[in-house]
Ligand binder design. Structure first.
Ligand code: ADP
Length: 711
């Protein structure tokens, strides 16, 4: 170092100091070039000079002095130019030209200027050439070795300044990017809790655009219906109408390429197709574009792209960063669309729930109320918000048919929460906000989570106050009407019997037939009235059961005797089994009613057999048999009649239900017999069921508790 200083004059030392000051004060590279070059020119006392920086295969002019401005507009000098500057780069040695007219000069502008001599030195840092500094003189000048040496020192100092500023800039740039990336990271993290996808996507698009020093950024998604790539909001730096008009086919421009090829595309200069797409959307001034596909698993949802008004704005590093960020955006876009779908479904469900006329209440596993629809609010007088987070028992509560509070875990609701079995019931009351109770029809279903575990229940309820009142009115009406009918029917029955017995004088021929027919019709009327009265009494709980030991076998024998004439009329063989069976615990008269109904049905619903078949086949038999099973006695009434269709089987025990076929049309009945029979059997602690094959016959069974003692 001392050697060097000795060789350098004082002026030159000052010049070097000035250069170090320039480097220290420069804010960035553009503010560095001009003063550096000016200093070199002053020291070497020359007219003009230029400073070029090496970028890959080109030398880029960063500053010129003493030359026309046009030279700055010239294209960078490629390695292939073979000029003096590239020779300096390759040889890493200064070049001195005394007579420029004999040299090949790459720059046209420079050759026009008519310079005579030139010195060009490499700008070197740690054995690496980063650029070339050149000075020119109009007159011929012999540059001394010292000039050359000093110029080299200036050039190397300048190179050092360039490197130090660019690394500071790089550091700053990296720090900025890191900060932005950190911000992006925070944004994506907050999504899992925020669910504000629109806002998050908007932040992502604007942050990514700024991070890449671009001016505009936008998401372009593939619309499957229209088969087009369409820009969607949120976008950065674009107006809503530009976003609306930014549409392209999937094979068009950079957007189409990134989408179809599934790889990021970087363009420093725009191709005509992309220019056309931007023109259609009235987006002006775009010079370079970066586009990356938005991929989730094997699906490409669309493209994210950023535009810059600067040519060659993007660097290969930007592309790498963009690719990483685009995958984050893709996940977000996918989640947003899924979330939107769920939201839509949820809204639809909510609208549906609100429009349902029945109350819908949802509770969780711990009975906490999580939802109450509009109809439910109206029925109970509670607002949904009042009930949320409170338990069912604390608020609406369940009451049994005697209006006593029910322990929820023992109720059907508790059962649904435990075993998931759906059920319906109308023997309950719910409480209103005013504390009054209302009878309701309940329909319950369990709610399951993805692992098929019960997480709650849905309680659908309907206020049936009016229905019950109406039903009661109907019953009362029927009861009054049937009572009023009973006496005249009995009177008619007696009188008709008297006439037929000849008490009023002999009847014969047609008159007798007519009166017999009238007696039959009257009997049907009497049966109907009896059935209706029974139904009314059963429904109102007015039928009392008197349980005693009953010899069922004997009762059956009595009934068989009673029905034998009817059976014979149709050539049917009515019989009962004679095996030993314990007595049963039942109400004798109710049990008689049950037997009468089942035996009369068996006769009614078996078509008349021909005289001959009576001897040949078994299918004219109606058999009543008894069997003991454990603590129960089971009675079977078996016929070989019409049997019952599968449709009929489902509704057989319903009130007023009758199977309607061509064969049953002529058979009279009320459709009440089996309903009454079932109620009576159940009241006596038994069960009733049947097996049947259409056109082959049926067996009706009932069970009753057996007495310990044998008959
Ligand atoms: P009803 O006999 O007065 O119509 P029920 O309640 O006794 O009313 O019977 C209901 C319906 O069930 C009948 O209409 C008939 O269609 C069918 N049914 C009852 N018993 C039999 C049977 N043994 N065989 C075929 N169908 C029967």
């Amino acid at each position: 170092m001392t050697d060097k200083i000795n060789l350098i004059e004082k002026d030159n030392l000052e010049a070097l100091y000035a250069i170090s000051q320039i480097a220290a004060q420069a804010k960035d590279l553009p503010t560095l070039w001009e003063p550096l070059l000016a200093q070199a020119l002053a020291v070497l006392k020359v007219d003009a000079g230029s400073l070029m920086i090496l970028e890959e295969d080109f030398l880029l002019r960063k500053a010129v002095r003493g030359l026309g401005e046009e030279i700055m507009q010239e294209a960078p000098i490629p390695t292939s130019s073979g000029g003096i500057s590239w020779r300096v780069v390759r040889t890493r040695q200064p070049a001195i030209v005394t007579d420029l007219s004999k040299e090949k000069i790459a720059s046209k502008e420079l050759s026009k200027e008519g310079f005579h001599s030139l010195v060009a030195v490499p700008m070197m840092v740690r054995d690496e050439v980063i650029g070339v500094m050149s000075v020119f003189t109009r007159k011929e000048r012999q540059f001394s070795a010292e000039d050359l040496r000093f110029f080299s020192i200036i050039a190397n100092q300048a190179a050092l300044a360039v490197i130090s500023i660019s690394s500071t800039e790089l550091l700053k740039e990296n720090r900025r990017r890191l900060e932005e990336l950190e911000a992006l990271n925070q944004i994506s993290k907050s999504v899992s809790t925020l669910f504000d996808f629109e806002e998050t996507l908007s932040s992502l698009v604007s942050s990514i655009t700024r991070l890449l020093r671009a001016d505009k950024g936008v998401l372009v998604l593939f619309d499957h219906k229209d088969q087009l790539l369409k820009a969607v909001s949120p976008a950065y730096g674009l107006t809503p109408s530009q976003v609306r008009d930014l549409r392209t086919r999937s094979d068009e421009g950079i957007t189409g390429q990134a989408f179809c090829q599934g790889v990021p595309i970087m363009k420093g200069v725009l191709d005509p197709a992309t220019q056309e797409i931007l023109r259609r959307a009235k987006i002006t001034g775009v010079k370079s574009v970066l586009a990356a596909p938005l991929k989730v698993k094997s699906q490409t949802l669309g493209v994210i792209q950023v535009f810059s008004t600067a040519e060659e704005n993007f660097h290969p590093d930007d592309r790498r960063l963009f690719t990483i960020l685009s995958s984050q955006v893709a996940v977000m876009v996918n989640s947003a669309s899924m979330y939107r779908e769920i939201e839509e479904e949820r809204k639809k469900d909510a609208a549906l729930l609100a429009s349902i006329g029945e109350g819908v209440l949802a509770i969780d596993k711990n009975q906490k109320i999580t939802h109450l629809n509009l109809a439910g609010e109206k029925m109970t007088g509670f607002l949904a918000e009042e009930l949320l987070e409170k338990t069912f028992s604390e608020t609406i509560c369940l009451y049994d048919k005697d209006k006593q509070p029910v322990n929820l875990s023992d109720s059907p609701i508790g059962q649904v929460l435990r075993n998931g079995q759906s059920q319906t019931s109308k023997d309950f009351y719910l409480k209103k906000r005013s504390n009054s109770l209302f009878p309701c029809y309940l329909s319950l279903a369990a709610v399951y989570n993805a692992e098929e575990r019960i997480v709650g229940a849905i309680v659908v309820f309907r206020d049936i106050t009016y229905e019950l009142e109406l039903e009661q009115m109907k019953q009362e009406l029927i009861s009054i009407a049937t009572h009023e009918l009973r006496s005249p029917i009995t009177l008619i029955k007696g009188n008709l019997a008297m006439i037929l017995d000849g008490d009023t004088g002999g009847v014969s021929g047609e008159t007798k037939e007519t009166i017999e027919e009238l007696a039959k019709i009257n009997q049907r009327l009497a049966d109907l009235v009896d059935d209706l009265l029974n139904v009314g009494r059963l429904e109102q709980g007015r039928i009392k059961i008197k349980i005693e030991s009953v010899d069922l076998r004997k009762l059956i024998e009595e009934e068989v005797k009673e029905y034998l004439p009817q059976a014979r009329e149709k050539n049917l063989n009515l019989s009962s089994s004679k095996n030993d069976i314990p007595q049963v615990r039942a109400d004798r008269e109710k049990l008689r009613q049950v037997l009468e109904n089942l035996i009369s049905n068996a006769i009614k619903y078996t078509p008349e057999k021909s005289q001959s078949s009576k001897f040949k086949s078994q299918n004219n038999r109606i058999e009543i048999s008894l069997e003991q099973k454990g603590r129960e006695v089971i009675c079977r009434v078996k016929d070989h009649g019409l049997g019952i269709s599968s449709e009929g089987q489902k509704k057989l025990f319903e009130k007023f239900y009758r199977v309607k076929t061509a064969q049953t049309r002529e058979i009279t009945g009320t459709g009440l017999g089996l309903w009454i029979t079932k109620k009576l059997i159940e009241m006596m602690g038994g069960k009733i069921w049947f097996t049947t094959v259409e056109n082959k016959g049926s067996s009706f069974y009932f069970s009753l508790p057996a007495c310990k003692r044998f008959a």
